[in-house]
Design a protein around this ligand. Structure first.
Ligand SMILES: [Zn+2]
Ligand SMILES: [Zn+2]
Length: 477
């Protein structure tokens, strides 16, 4: 490039002498030459910068060699004869200005190349487009050609990278579906930063979080001291959900299951059915085997029978049967043995005294396990009835009336938990209704439509705040 310029400058120096001898002067910008210029007459000929032949000023190219006869001043854009050394309009050293222009664009081009090496392809493309479109001076022809070539190359590279990023994203999504998060992170990280769009970036953040969580859980699992088996089961369950194919996780889950089963059998030897059941239920489903399932069924029944024996409100033939069944499964349960004996004794003695009166067994708890007070309706067998006949009817199938009782209690405004299950009524109606009604209801019906039939219960509120069941009816479907 520089050689070419030097060569041209040399030829211009050579041509200048002849040009001056002919009295040629720079003319005005192309298109308005000859006619209105003051130097009009003197610029009737222009000397070719290449071969030195004189041409008429109206020509653009040399009649002898075809070289361009005019050149644009890089500073003021005036057309100067190609052989001139200085611009006739602004006095600029044409050769120096061109050298500077070429040097500047070459520097720009190198900066763009550096940019593309760093992977900033989009910016490089923008700058190259600007370079090829804006810099039109003939002396930049070679730089422009280079820039165009580079532009083509970078655009191709950019398109390739965009495709590569899309492919990597697809692979990463598949890996995430298979819950192979570590591989997914690796795949996404291979995409150069400028090619990570918002979807790629957010997937990367998500999968990174998941891998961190998996590592955290694995570390927690390694901790031996101060961790209960139940907590360890929770950790392994989360791990299995996050990475169900990780063979090491599966192996530790199986190891943990075996350890837990030993703890379960130890708990069963001391009749701690509930402890055993919570451990069994916490075993992740992925590693539940036949032995676990079998034990789970047995322990569920034992826990149910034990709770019947401990918490039944009344001694009935059914509760005694539950106790006996428990003893058949677990003959070593001394407490159950004692309770069953007591139940039988109480039942026998009550049968002789008053056969219709239910035999009380465990006292009603005051609070549920959720801390809510136990409602009178949730234990209807302990409330008062207007007649013995009604109590017998009710106690035969108390479950049928629970919902109706709850609704009737709401009607009385006597529920202990402030939960309203009534469907909303029109506000105008209720406000009017409340204005008219000063006193709370003393009597309320609860009607519940269930799967088996319609249950209706009538409750009455006495002055001592005691709720009495006045009537109950069940109409099967
Ligand atoms: Zn020529
Ligand atoms: Zn100029």
């Amino acid at each position: 490039m520089s050689d070419r310029i030097n060569g041209r400058v040399a030829s211009r120096d050579h041509a200048r002498k002849r040009h001056h001898a002919l009295g040629g002067y720079p003319r005005q910008p192309q298109g308005e030459q000859v006619s209105d210029s003051t130097a009009n007459d003197s610029v009737s000929v222009v000397v070719c910068g290449r071969c030195g032949v004189s041409n008429t000023a109206t020509r653009k190219f040399c009649q002898e060699c075809g070289a361009g006869l005019w050149e644009n001043c890089p500073t003021c854009s005036t057309d100067c004869p190609a052989a001139d050394s200085f611009c006739g309009n602004c006095g600029e050293d044409l050769a120096a200005a061109e050298r500077l222009l070429v040097q500047e664009s070459q520097e720009q081009l190198s900066a763009i190349e550096e940019m593309s090496r760093k992977g900033e392809l989009e910016i490089a493309i923008q700058k190259l487009r600007a370079l090829t479109n804006e810099q039109t001076h003939p002396c930049l022809e070679s730089t422009r050609t280079k820039a165009k070539k580079l532009l083509k190359q970078i655009v191709a590279e950019r398109d390739h990278m965009v495709q590569h990023a899309a492919d990597a994203m697809e692979r990463a999504k598949e890996l995430c579906d298979r819950k192979e998060y570590t591989c997914a992170v690796g795949t996404l990280e291979e995409i150069p930063k400028p090619f990570r769009d918002t979807h790629i970036r957010s997937l990367l953040v998500d999968t990174r979080k998941k891998t961190e969580r998996i590592q955290e859980l694995k570390n927690r699992l390694r901790k031996r001291e101060g961790v209960t088996e139940l907590q360890r089961l929770g950790t392994i369950d989360q791990l299995l959900t996050l990475c169900p194919r990780d063979t090491r996780v599966i192996r530790s889950a199986v190891e943990l299951r075996e350890r837990v089963m030993k703890v379960v059998h130890r708990a069963l030897r001391t009749c701690q059915y509930q402890t055993a059941l919570s451990l069994l239920e916490a075993i992740p489903s992925q590693v539940v085997n036949k032995a676990v399932k079998k034990t789970q069924i047995q322990v569920t029944e034992l826990a149910y029978l034990a709770s019947e024996l401990e918490l039944a409100p009344h001694v009935t033939p059914a509760t005694i049967e539950a106790g006996k069944r428990l003893l058949r499964f677990d003959p070593g349960n001394q407490r159950a043995k004692r309770l069953v004996e007591q139940m039988i004794k109480r039942h026998e003695s009550a049968k002789t005294k008053s056969p219709t009166q239910p035999v009380p067994w465990s006292p009603c708890p005051e609070q549920t396990s959720l801390d809510a007070p136990v409602d009178v309706a949730s234990m209807p067998s302990r409330t008062r009835f207007v007649s013995l006949k009604l109590e017998q009817d009710f106690s035969l199938h108390p479950g049928r009336y629970y919902t109706a009782c709850g609704l009737a209690l709401q009607g009385l405004g006597a529920t202990t938990v402030g939960l309203n299950l009534k469907p909303g009524r029109s506000r105008r109606f209720t406000s009017l209704y409340h204005l008219m009604r000063k006193k709370p209801f003393r009597k309320s019906w609860g009607i519940a439509i269930g799967d088996g039939g319609i249950a209706a219960v009538c409750l009455a509120l006495k002055d001592d705040a005691q709720v009495i069941i006045e009537c109950c009816q069940f109409v099967p479907h």
